[in-house]
Design a protein around this ligand. Structure first.
Ligand SMILES: Nc1ncnc2c1ncn2[C@@H]1O[C@H](COP(=O)(O)OP(=O)(O)OP(=O)(O)O)[C@@H](O)[C@H]1O
Ligand code: SF4
Ligand SMILES: [Mg+2]
Length: 358
């Protein structure tokens, strides 16, 4: 794979490296996907991959594809929050949507509540969808404008038979109260509300069917800073009350730090590092995580702040760099990083990272 010419010079055969890496990964995926499910986990994602076709022949054969999510794995237990962070376009939303099967996964395995849902058809997903909900970034476009708040919240309750018909209104009013919405809002329309109130309506709608898992895709980024804290606190409160698990996608690392138990750091579709909040904030291992988190303000004035600035633009996911996908911007990149993809390995219990330095 790599030939040593003399002490300082090594020639890499990139094609052979890719072939060897892919063969090794295929074996590992087969082995991992054959493992028994973790019965305690609410969600187990194993080697998730999602590709979008970019070029097709006239017969419909895909000749080029964009790998939006590449080999992402993690476990989430009931009542936990997994924060997913990374720069724009790194595949956070696609990961969330693939878990819900709003995008059909191209590879890997999704196990929800002890059941492999990877290949379930939409009819079979109907019952499971009730337990997995999503809250979007933009509370303006995610509510139907012509329906009242009461109508919006009653619909999923009726469709999924959550309570008998004559109890739907009472159920919705209680839910509105839990989400900080006054009862007279029931007859009002979404356009009559501010962004924060609309996001509360979206949260109430997601929770109306008693889910176990909620994917929160940048749920506060479109809101004023003063409102963001209220919504985050509401999400935390509801999580405690309903034992909800969240996958919380965000650009805002301070918010992620506040809400998450575990954190996954993504770059160009791949998971660079995964661990508990303490692992990621106190002992980040991957150079990308270190750079990303060095920008988070530290409230301790005595703490030494070493800001690591990331140089250069994010490469196109349609044409990712060979070797380590972060090598074009990594301050520690060596020759080997340009050719050989690093292994994603468990560096300490529950703390994973992909870097040749580790
Ligand atoms: N439906 C689609 N068809 C083709 N490409 C897509 C599609 N959805 C996403 N992509 C591409 O997949 C990659 C990951 O996109 P994604 O929306 O998951 O990123 P993200 O991390 O959520 O970004 P942001 O922080 O900007 O929301 C991007 O390059 C995007 O252009
Ligand atoms: S493998 Fe190399 S390029 Fe990639 S993060 Fe580690 S040191 Fe940087
Ligand atoms: Mg997104």
């Amino acid at each position: 794979m790599a030939e040593q010419l003399n002490k300082n010079s090594v020639v890499y055969d990139d094609e052979a490296i890719v072939a060897e890496f892919q063969a090794k990964r295929k074996l590992q995926i087969e082995r991992d996907c054959a493992q028994p499910f973790d019965q305690q986990a609410l969600l187990e994602v194993r080697h998730l991959r999602k590709c979008f076709p970019m070029k097709k022949t006239i017969t419909g054969k895909v000749t080029k594809e964009l790998v939006a999510v590449d080999d992402v794995s993690f476990k989430l237990y009931p009542g936990e929050t997994l924060g997913i962070v990374g720069e724009s376009g790194c595949g956070k939303t696609t990961t969330g949507r693939a878990i819900l099967k709003l995008h059909e996964p191209s590879g890997g395995q999704i196990i929800f509540n002890g059941q492999d849902i990877t290949h379930l058809k939409s009819k079979q997903m109907r019952e499971i969808r009730k337990q997995m909900q999503i809250i979007f970034q933009d509370p303006y476009s995610s509510l139907p404008p012509r329906d009242t708040v009461g109508g919006i919240l009653s619909e999923p309750v009726q469709v999924h038979n959550i309570v008998p018909k004559d109890q739907v209104k009472d159920y919705v009013l209680k839910l509105m109260d839990k989400c900080g919405l006054r009862d007279y809002y029931f007859e009002r329309y979404p356009h009559e509300f501010s962004g924060g109130q609309r996001q509360r309506i979206c949260i109430a709608r997601a929770l109306s069917v008693n889910p176990k898992l909620v994917i929160c895709d940048e749920p506060v980024s479109a809101l004023d800073v003063s409102i963001q804290a209220q919504i985050i606190n509401l999400l935390k409160e509801l999580q405690r009350e309903m034992n909800l698990a969240y996958v919380f996608i965000s650009h805002d690392l301070s918010v992620v730090k506040f809400i998450s138990d575990k954190i996954g750091v993504m770059y160009l579709g791949g998971m660079m590092e995964f661990g508990t909040k303490e692992d990621i904030f106190k002992n980040p291992l991957h150079p990308y995580t270190k750079a990303l988190f060095s920008a988070v303000p530290n409230p301790d004035p005595t703490a030494k702040m070493e800001r690591i600035k990331l140089e250069g633009d994010i490469p196109s996911p349609a044409n990712p760099p060979k070797g380590c996908r972060f090598h074009t911007r990594c301050p520690y990149a060596k020759e080997v990083c340009k050719h050989v993809p690093p292994e994603y390995k468990e560096c300490e219990p529950g703390h994973f990272a992909a870097c040749h330095l580790l």
